[in-house]
Design a protein around this ligand. Structure first.
Ligand code: HEC
Length: 196
């Protein structure tokens, strides 16, 4: 995200550069250029843009290859689980909202979510937070300093996903939708406290 924002800033600087450094007209005695000509002139690629002021010095991140492989595997694993959880939730939500063709898969998604919740607490070894120095890191120090609070957030996630699974077994999509809301709440409650 930060990379993208920097990239966009650089792009904006580049795009606006020709307009900022309109070349002076050299014609002597010529009348003023008619306004209509100006855009064509301005569109001529100017000299490479020299950004007026460099954006704040780019933050140096540690390359993922330079992190202890066991720590990196845990980080990548939990990231993958989080993304999977989001995908399963989205699939269930689409069915709840009317995509009937997915109805037979709702229980599988709910089961997968409950399984992710059971294991999610196993992938946070000490030293796998911001101290790794990698860019793709959002885990706050509180994951480790408030281990009790983090365990409570995991328990909430486990309860909500177990209830979702029960609702999916029942097959009533209104109940599934309600249980899904509670799962979403459990994601959000944990992120509020433990993720940047
Ligand atoms: C117990 C706490 C907790 C719960 C519950 C939780 N998350 Fe997360 N999530 C985190 C933390 C902490 C991070 C940052 C992890 C990191 O950067 O290493 C994170 C990161 C993520 C990411 C970014 C992954 C990446 O590749 O950077 C996504 C997406 C995500 N969570 C989605 C979800 C969804 C969807 C749910 C619910 C189904 C959920 N999370 C439940 C704590 C939680």
């Amino acid at each position: 995200m930060k990379k993208l924002a920097l990239g966009l800033t650089a792009l904006a600087l580049f795009v606006s550069a020709p307009a900022l450094s309109k070349p002076k007209k050299g014609k002597k005695g010529a009348e003023e250029t008619p306004a209509a000509e100006a855009p064509a002139e301005a569109a001529t690629p100017a000299e490479p843009a020299t950004p007026a002021e460099p954006a704040e010095p780019a933050k140096q991140f540690t390359a993922e290859e330079d992190v202890d492989p066991a720590l990196m595997a845990a980080i990548s694993y939990r990231h993958a689980q989080m993304k999977l959880a989001g995908g399963h939730m989205k699939s269930i939500k689409l069915v709840v909202k009317g995509h009937e063709a997915g109805k037979d898969e709702v229980l599988a998604h709910a089961t997968a979510l409950a399984s992710i919740a059971q294991g999610i607490g196993n992938h946070w070894p000490a030293g796998s937070g911001h101290e790794t120095g990698i860019e793709d890191m959002s885990a706050k120090a509180e994951v480790w300093t408030d281990a009790e609070g983090f365990a409570a957030a995991i328990a909430q996630f486990q309860e909500a996903t177990a209830a979702l699974k029960t609702a999916a077994e029942g097959g009533d999509m209104a109940a599934v939708g309600e249980a899904l809301g509670a799962v979403g709440q459990s994601c959000g409650d944990c992120h509020d406290k433990f993720s940047d």
